[in-house]
Design a protein around this ligand. Structure first.
Ligand code: ARG
Length: 396
């Protein structure tokens, strides 16, 4: 068969490549760059060494930023209030690229390295089925053969290849939006994650003594500048990951409810994601009506759940995104932030569409309702609650 393999260059997908070759398949490897800098080095060479018939490296960093991350900011995408969805967002994009190549190459099957315990298999398979049809063959050797680390190592060795990343304690998945660290000592939910788990952030106590000030410019809900300098979203994100990470902000540690019915202890680094979502949420508060704000939070949560749970293909996602875009039409302006030794605070904001008025709010010279207006409002406003309390015998 001609098989298109979603290839990261890591231990598992390298073993899968060798295994499929041993079974006599013609393997075409596809590596999609979504900002995972470290892993990409030498991946093409490795693919050919392991017997790939053809290899594609697809640079999708700008696309990831402009079409996926931008929506994650507009929708304040955080799963269970904590996880900025880096892996969850990248999987549909990777799957779409793999499907495209599978079609172009007339492949008989696609293969990926997801396990049976994770969310990623759900995210890959749904999008692959969406593009390639329900009956298209999806090979997932880790899931089908329970390919363990030891077995993967053995396969690579018998193919004359010294396994990559054997020394690694953790299972890492990184892209422009977040870095996820799983396994090893982190599986003990009571133990503090060891320092060697982190690569994007310094420990807060080692951060510089001077605070970092940032001014993020937004247009229609999307960041367009940092400290007055306009740049692409991809550039803003990679720059903030470095700047903010160096000040010790951006670590996440929580217990996460996976789609596949189990809880896991998840550790992430996402300095830019947390900074930009915090800034965006703040600007939304300045702009939206109270009703818009409350309703927007429901949209945000539903969107985050769909993305996390591998339902990228759910039609409702597009409906939510339309509403999210419509509300974000007014989310323009700037947000000032202060990052200091692992903490981040919004310290100022401005928007041309903010209905905040200093004139109105000023106690000395601002607008005041008359005594009569204020009393009338309070009477009518509290009528339901007071009447209900009376009916229940709770008041005089
Ligand atoms: N728990 C996160 C998620 O489901 C991270 C998954 C990381 N994936 C991986 N193959 N290491 O999105």
């Amino acid at each position: 068969m001609r098989v298109v393999l979603a290839y990261s260059g890591g231990l598992d997908t390298s073993a899968i490549l060798a295994l499929l070759r041993e079974q006599g398949h013609e393997v075409i490897t596809v590596t999609v760059s979504v900002g995972q800098e470290e892993e990409l080095r030498g991946v093409e060479e490795k693919a050919y060494k392991l017997g790939a018939y053809k290899h594609y490296t697809i640079d999708a960093v700008e696309e990831f930023a402009n079409n996926y991350i931008s929506m994650a900011i507009k929708a304040n995408g955080l799963y269970e209030d904590r996880y900025p969805l880096g892996t969850a967002l990248a999987r549909p994009l990777i799957a779409e690229k793999v499907a495209e190549i599978a079609k172009r190459e007339g492949a008989d099957a696609v293969a990926h390295g997801c396990t049976a315990k994770g969310n990623d298999q759900v995210r890959f398979d749904t999008v692959l089925r969406y593009h390639l049809g329900d009956d298209f063959k999806i090979i997932a050797p880790v899931r089908e053969l329970k390919l363990t680390r030891e077995k993967a190592v053995e396969i690579l060795r018998r193919n004359g290849f010294e396994p990559p990343g054997l020394h690694k304690t953790y299972s890492i998945d990184e892209n422009l939006w977040s870095r996820s660290i799983e396994g090893g000592p982190i599986d003990d939910p009571l133990a503090e994650p060891p320092e060697d788990a982190f690569a994007w952030t310094v420990a807060p106590e080692k951060a510089p003594n001077q605070p970092l000030y940032l001014e993020i410019g937004f247009e229609k809900g999307v960041p367009v500048s940092v400290n007055g300098e306009r740049m692409s979203l991809a550039k803003i994100v990679s720059m903030l990951n470095k700047l903010v990470g160096a000040h010790g902000y951006g670590r996440i540690d929580h217990i996460e409810n996976r789609v596949v019915g189990l809880k896991s202890r998840e550790v992430y680094e996402a300095p830019a994601a947390l900074t930009l979502i915090e800034a965006h949420r703040d600007l939304e508060k300045a702009v939206y009506t109270p009703r818009e704000l409350r309703f927007k939070r429901l949209l945000d949560q539903e969107w985050s759940d769909l993305v996390y749970q591998g339902l990228w293909i759910e039609p409702l996602r597009l409906v939510i995104e339309k509403a999210v875009d419509e509300l974000n039409r007014w989310v323009s302006g700037v947000v000032k932030m202060k990052v200091y030794k692992g903490s981040l605070q919004v310290v100022g904001r401005w928007s041309p569409y903010s209905s905040y008025s200093r004139e109105v709010i000023d106690y000395n010279k601002g607008w005041y309702p008359s005594d009569e207006e204020a009393r009338g409002f309070i009477t009518i406003w509290s009528l339901h609650s007071l009447a209900a309390a009376k009916a229940r015998g709770l008041r005089g």
